[in-house]
Design a binder for this molecule. Structure first.
Ligand SMILES: Nc1nc2c(ncn2[C@@H]2O[C@H](COP(=O)(O)OP(=O)(O)OP(=O)(O)O)[C@@H](O)[C@H]2O)c(=O)[nH]1
Ligand SMILES: [Mg+2]
Length: 450
């Protein structure tokens, strides 16, 4: 995709379907002129909202609300018109085609955000947050994305950037003026202190960002255990629907049954698996092997048992993972049994899936993934894997600079890596010119009309 900032682009901002209202958006230098061609009287630019009739020659097509934004006041930084027309598929498409006939061009995927970026209205991190805001599955993910869109936390990155520039300048001056030993803070020891602070900041941003991505993508949660302990019943209780088949026959679940549940501050991607036991049935065997193989990839294991006989082989397989032993069928246990089981392991929770009594478990999950600190931290959160990978590269370069200074390498070698680090941070913020192709690649991910 080539970028033509001269073009006026158009796209539906809402789904084109049968609904009360559809919104069509135009952005570009000629947005007002093009829209005027389908009206009897020109838009009054000083009036942001106007109800007007739309004409194709003399044929009236619809009556719509026109909202105008002039240049700097718009999201894209260009002249923008939003047309709130009636929501029929035919009428909406007709208006779009009419405006294309009059000089607009159909927008490419993500082109509105791209223009906002190119016109300096948002930086790259903000534009990634817009996408995440739309994709948010739970409340926390939404709040994180909203903060990202506002760009409020980018100050910290700007501060780090200033620090990097400062270190580069100090080193450069020491190189250029070797006899001038009066430059404040330019001994290797002093530079190391700043670099270690930068390193800590990068590390924390990366860690928080990875957690934030998990918040929205979901925690991969494997429900495992022996046959008939109530794994599928637990899945159903968590999902609050009869998703998996539940019977009293051992080996009911043969293959994975999946479901997703959204809590306020996290989401769980649940996988119910085949009960683990020794079997001659070849199909059941495959299912059991699949359950075991998946242990490695899970973020959380819910190991379901019914009593004090906790299968040691299974426990051994999950002992290094994040796990909870869920004692199901609490309704069938005596107080004495509960007490005994409780003392066996610190990760034990009692539930009765069939009776929907699972609050012990959901409360524990909420404690484990409270995640509120992500909101309270003043560090920005990167919302795309690409940006995190870039910051990881910056972290590696900073680490190399620290190591090189510690072993007494020349300053100029250190500065080469610091320049590269600065370039990465600039790219993250979209501050310097980036290769057109890179920009295209980034924006193609976003959907039309955003
Ligand atoms: N009393 C009681 N029975 C339960 C409870 N949860 C499940 N059951 C019963 O236990 C039996 C097995 O339940 P499932 O959920 O199919 O067990 P599973 O672990 O998925 O079994 P497989 O798929 O065969 O491995 C069913 O008869 C359920 O009604 C519970 O909390 N209390
Ligand atoms: Mg089952």
């Amino acid at each position: 995709m080539r970028i033509f900032l001269d073009d006026t682009i158009i796209a539906p901002a809402t789904k084109v379907s049968k609904q009360a209202i559809s919104i069509i958006r135009l952005s570009g230098r000629d947005a007002f002129n093009i829209v005027n061609k389908i009206l009897k009287k020109d838009l009054d630019i000083s009036n942001a909202q106007q109800l007007r009739k739309i004409y194709d020659n003399n044929q009236m097509i619809d009556e719509a609300l026109f909202i105008t934004f002039a240049n700097s006041k718009s999201f894209t930084g260009e002249n923008v018109v939003e047309i709130n027309c009636h929501g029929g598929v035919l009428v909406c498409n007709k208006i779009i085609n009419l405006l294309i006939k009059n000089g607009a061009r159909a927008a490419q995927k993500g082109e509105f955000s791209q223009r906002a970026f190119l016109n300096g209205k948002i930086n790259l991190l903000q534009s990634e947050s817009i996408n995440n805001l739309i994709e948010s599955k739970n409340e926390l993910a939404l709040k994180i994305s909203a903060l990202g869109v506002s760009g409020i936390k980018d100050k910290k990155i700007l501060k780090i950037k200033d620090q990097i520039i400062d270190v580069i300048s100090r080193i450069q001056t020491s190189i250029d003026y070797p006899d001038y030993d009066d430059i404040e803070g330019s001994t290797p020891e002093e530079i190391l202190i700043t670099l270690k602070k930068i390193k800590d900041c990068f590390t924390n941003i990366i860690e928080n960002s990875k957690r934030a991505i998990k918040v929205n993508d979901g925690i991969k949660t494997l429900i495992i255990g022996e046959p008939n302990v109530g794994k599928s019943s637990l899945l159903n209780a968590l999902l609050n629907e009869e998703k998996a088949i539940v019977t009293d026959i051992e080996g009911t679940t043969r293959d994975f049954v999946e479901g997703q549940i959204n809590f306020e501050n996290f989401s769980l991607n649940l996988i119910d698996t085949a009960g683990i036991r020794k079997t001659k049935d070849p199909i059941e065997k495959i299912g059991i092997q699949k359950s075991l193989n998946n242990i490695d990839y899970a973020d959380l294991i819910l190991f379901v048992v019914n009593n004090e006989n906790i299968n040691k082989e299974i426990l051994n397989k999950i002992k290094n993972k994040n796990y909870i032993i869920v004692v199901n069928k609490e309704d069938l246990l005596t107080k004495e049994q509960i007490k005994n089981i409780f003392s066996l392991n610190e990760n034990i929770i009692f539930v009765s899936a069939i009776n929907n009594q699972i609050t012990n478990l959901t409360n524990r999950l909420k404690e484990m993934w409270d995640n509120e600190d992500l909101l309270n931290s003043d560090l920005p959160i990167l919302t795309s894997i690409e940006s995190i990978a870039n910051l990881e590269r910056a972290l590696n370069l900073t680490n190399t600079s620290i190591e090189n200074l510690e072993i007494g390498f020349d300053f100029d070698i250190v500065n080469v890596d610091l320049y590269k680090t600065l370039e990465i941070i600039n790219n993250l913020l979209g501050i310097i010119d980036m290769d057109e192709e890179v920009i295209d690649n980034i924006f193609r991910k976003y959907c039309l009309g955003k």
